[in-house]
Design a protein around this ligand. Structure first.
Ligand code: SF4
Length: 215
């Protein structure tokens, strides 16, 4: 079995990869539309098993109707299900959003908390959602491990696991804290535009010479 590349070598390679992706996708940013931390929290819960584009078609009307946590708990479960229906898994999502809003009102004065430990206590909020909100709304460095980050970091040989929490902690050691947030957007953009699931476009990939999976 081939010996694993050292952590130091992976660090050096990942730094060059992120440099390259920065030049390739200068406008990379979060794909969900939002104007407040609360809106991003709701949009991120809706984005489970759903594309950002689809969520963005639902949220303009949703955010116009529901301004804050009290609006979501004031309607019936069925009404909220109807309003988010097209994002899929709407029963579970409606249940989580309402439970999350109840906890925001009961324990956080209706505001979105600003620490990971507090955010992950909210129903429907895991480390991915918490890191997404922290990094995009509060400028707190965090690595958001979604399906693109999982796939691409394995293809790049940076990690050898599909466990999101393990990937998050391993990546924290492979890239400087100040670059975590930028790396999220860059890798996710790369996953959408070039290293597409099941049909990676290696022939036009800007990091092909740095990728052990290039074909
Ligand atoms: S070379 Fe291919 S597999 Fe590697 S990152 Fe680029 S598109 Fe993905």
């Amino acid at each position: 079995m081939a010996r694993r590349e050292s952590k130091q070598r992976r660090r050096e390679r990942l730094s060059i990869i992120v440099d390259r992706l920065e030049r390739t996708y200068p406008d990379a940013k979060v794909g969900l539309d939002f104007t407040t931390p609360f809106e991003l929290l709701v949009a991120t819960i809706l984005s489970a098993q759903c594309t950002d584009e689809r969520v963005n078609t639902v949220t303009p009307a949703l955010f116009a109707k529901y301004k804050g946590p009290s609006d979501y708990v004031a309607v019936s479960q069925e009404e909220l299900e109807h309003d988010i229906h097209s994002t899929g898994f709407y029963r579970n999502k409606a249940k989580n959003i309402r439970a999350c809003c109840e906890m925001l009102l009961a324990q956080f004065d209706g505001s979105v908390p600003t620490t990971l430990d507090e955010l992950v206590t909210l129903p429907g909020v895991g480390r991915k959602t918490a890191n997404c909100v922290l990094s995009n709304c509060f400028d707190v460095p965090g690595i958001t491990v979604d399906t693109h980050v999982t796939r691409i970091m394995n293809l790049l040989g940076m990690v050898e696991t599909s466990d999101a929490v393990k990937i998050e902690f391993e990546l924290m050691e492979l890239i400087d804290r100040g670059r975590w947030n930028a790396m999220n957007h860059l890798v996710i953009t790369h996953g959408r535009q070039t290293c597409i699931a099941r049909r990676p476009q290696c022939g036009r990939c800007a990091i092909a010479d740095l990728c052990p999976s290039a074909s």
